[in-house]
Design a protein around this ligand. Structure first.
Ligand code: ADP
Ligand code: ADP
Length: 225
């Protein structure tokens, strides 16, 4: 579904990605892990069109996407949940979901889509009329993911979904990712910490200094440690 071949990218003279190869097949949950500064965010930025690679190719469903603006990617079925949670903090949960749903659906379809994500994230139902900026960190992350789902993507990229969350809250967020994947959504997830990803991951890429240092199935990488 996603094919990244020999992609390099940087900031001025700093090369943040050095000839990275990475693939995501339909139905997979692929994790990219690595320490701070490894190039994880830069990788997501190049795939989501926020940054142009200096070399290499990126294809989504067989079509080249490197250099395409983010709003085009959304129409192709590729959604991004950026680091820091893309929600409107001063709007209510209902308003956040309504705005996201209207991007792709007519009024009836939007209402049905909204019900579907509320079933998936029951906590958002109980906070429906609350202001998004007042939600807990975990609730805001679920709202950000819910907003991305309303674009009806084939694949979703998520930057550090567990950042700043308590372990139990991470479990809830990961459980919702598991459900989404079971419903057919392909996932590319970037995380700094590896502790909780082994159950969910189909494959894992370890990024270090812009290189893919290690790649493999979750069970193989787990055996090695
Ligand atoms: P990660 O997401 O794995 O922490 P990043 O992709 O953010 O890594 O960063 C990779 C490298 O690029 C780091 O050396 C970082 O300092 C540098 N970098 C990231 N963003 C910028 C930027 N906007 N300007 C200059 N250098 C940057
Ligand atoms: P977490 O540890 O999961 O991040 P928080 O301590 O941020 O949780 O929030 C706990 C609860 O308090 C949540 O249900 C959240 O909705 C509510 N809450 C947090 N901040 C505010 C606020 N400024 N106003 C109203 N409710 C809040």
């Amino acid at each position: 579904m996603l094919e990244i071949r020999g992609v390099s990218a940087g900031y001025g003279r700093l090369e943040a990605l050095k000839s990275v190869d990475l693939t995501v097949a339909k139905g997979e949950v692929v994790f990219v892990v690595g320490p701070n500064g490894a190039g994880k965010s830069t990788l997501l930025k190049t795939v989501s069109g926020l940054m142009a690679p200096s070399a290499g190719t990126i294809a989504f469903n067989g079509e080249t996407i490197a250099g395409e603006p983010p709003e085009r990617l959304c129409c192709r079925g590729l959604a991004l949940v950026p680091e820091g949670r893309s929600i409107f903090r001063t709007l209510t949960v209902e308003e956040n979901l309504s705005v996201a749903a209207m991007i792709r659906s007519d009024r009836d379809a939007a209402a049905a889509d909204r019900e579907r994500v509320l079933d998936l994230f029951p906590i958002l139902r109980s906070r429906y009329h609350g202001v998004a900026g007042h939600l807990s960190g975990g609730e805001q992350q679920q709202l950000a993911i819910a907003r991305a789902i309303l674009q009806r993507p084939l694949m979703m990229m998520i930057d550090e979904p567990s950042l700043g969350l308590a372990p139990l809250v991470i479990d809830q967020v990961y459980e919702s990712l598991r459900q989404l994947n079971a419903d057919g959504l392909t996932l590319l997830v970037v995380e700094q910490s590896t502790a909780r990803i082994l159950d969910l991951a189909s494959r894992i890429y370890v990024l270090r200094n812009g290189h893919v240092a290690l790649e493999g199935a979750a069970c193989d990488l787990a055996d090695g440690h």
